[in-house]
Design a protein around this ligand. Structure first.
Ligand code: PLP
Length: 366
């Protein structure tokens, strides 16, 4: 047993994990710039907002980290209270986590036993199948409709007595499409009361279509939970902080399964400082939206079937040409996010960054 070669042959981890796709981190812009001999490369691959941390955030985080020899407030009391006030709910309905991706996982852990079913549209956020598999839940993927959006009627019909949770990604990552109020109303009426519907609104702040409902307007339905993140519009991707609003017993169950102290001291302080900057967030989102419309319009001339986006990225349904297109953009110093065989997601950056991307796209496809 002490023989190392023998140990290498012994399986210590779950065999089913071999089938899971590895998380593919975006290319480092510094590496690409070095390779191309450019002063810098442009990263449009992770749906971040390009305008830096919000005013006051860096100072608040710096002040907080002076106390990092202590544990953070495990109850996240001040931040949950601030979120509750901002979104007009009681604080016992709010839970925070290490990014909303962690909260999605906690929700699955809080609702699904091994073999229970998790329904979601596909293609959608690439973390969903990984979360389902690692939690022992069974993924039920309902193909996106012809316009790259959720087919909510088929998703409702996919519910069985094993279904415990449904994810509605609105707007959908990576296609940018959004479900509207009338279809979401119909869907929520059709889903049984004992199935939790999680509306993942990581990109809510970029929505401009008035027919796309705010998930929080459904949060009084007992079986609805809303996921939000501070990573995108609020500029805190590197601090890892997301939150959910749900009924008190659902939020309490999530707080039970959450990794202890996973909302760090820096994240709590940074989030509180960011929440004080709502006007600046609106201003930045308006810049992103204006660029989204400009970039989207230019792309429709190059690629047929580009769906209208309600998020801070656009989707190019390039199918088999996706990887090649990604490489062509990289050769011009622009990192985008290809999904092999399906399409390419491109984050909206500054006007200069977007111009560089459009020039690369024109060269590759024009
Ligand atoms: C739809 C969706 N949900 C959740 C997340 C997770 O965001 P975070 O964990 O940074 O809060 C993302 C990030 O890309 C996303 O696209």
């Amino acid at each position: 047993m002490t023989d190392r070669r023998h140990q290498a042959a012994v399986r210590l981890t779950r065999a089913d994990l071999d089938a899971l796709p590895n998380y593919v981190p975006g290319r480092s812009p510094a590496d690409l710039a070095r390779e191309l001999g450019l002063p810098e490369a442009i990263k449009l691959a992770s749906n971040e907002v390009p305008y830096g941390p919000l005013p006051g955030v860096v100072e608040a985080v710096a002040e907080a980290v002076a106390g990092v020899h202590r544990y953070p407030d495990m109850g996240v009391v001040a931040l949950r209270q601030a979120l509750a006030e901002r979104y007009g709910v009681d604080a016992d309905r709010v839970a925070t986590g290490c990014g909303s991706v962690a909260l999605a996982e906690h929700l699955v852990r809080a609702t699904c036993l091994p073999g229970d079913e998790l329904v979601y549209s596909w293609r959608s956020f690439e973390a969903y199948p990984i979360i389902a598999a690692t939690s022992g839940a069974t993924s039920v993927q309902v193909p996106n409709d012809g316009g790259h959006g959720h087919d909510l009627a088929t998703m409702a019909a996919a519910v069985t007595d094993r279904t415990r949770m449904i994810l509605v990604c609105n707007p959908n990552n990576p296609t940018g499409t959004a479900v509207r109020r009338a279809e979401l109303d119909r869907f929520l009426d059709a889903v049984p009361d004992d199935v939790l519907v999680v509306i993942d609104e990581a990109y809510r702040e970029f929505v401009t279509d008035p027919e796309v409902p705010d998930g929080l307007s459904y949060a009084d339905r007992p079986n609805v939970a809303v996921l939000r993140t501070l990573s995108k519009a609020w500029g805190l991707a590197g601090l890892r902080i997301g939150f959910l609003v749900a009924q008190p017993q659902v939020a309490a169950a999530v707080r039970k399964v959450v990794t202890p102290f996973s909302t760090s001291m820096a994240a709590q302080a940074g989030a509180l400082a960011a929440l004080a900057q709502a006007d600046e967030v609106h201003r930045r989102c308006a810049l992103v939206v204006a660029e989204r419309e400009r970039v989207g319009e230019a792309l429709t001339k190059l690629v047929p079937g580009v769906p209208a986006s309600q998020a801070n990225f656009v989707w190019l349904p390039l199918g088999d040409r996706s990887v090649e297109f990604g490489k062509a953009c990289e050769s011009r110093g622009v990192i985008v996010r290809p999904f092999p065989g399906d399409g390419v997601r491109v984050t909206i950056g500054t006007p200069t960054e977007n111009d560089a991307f459009l020039a690369a796209a024109e060269a590759a496809l024009g």
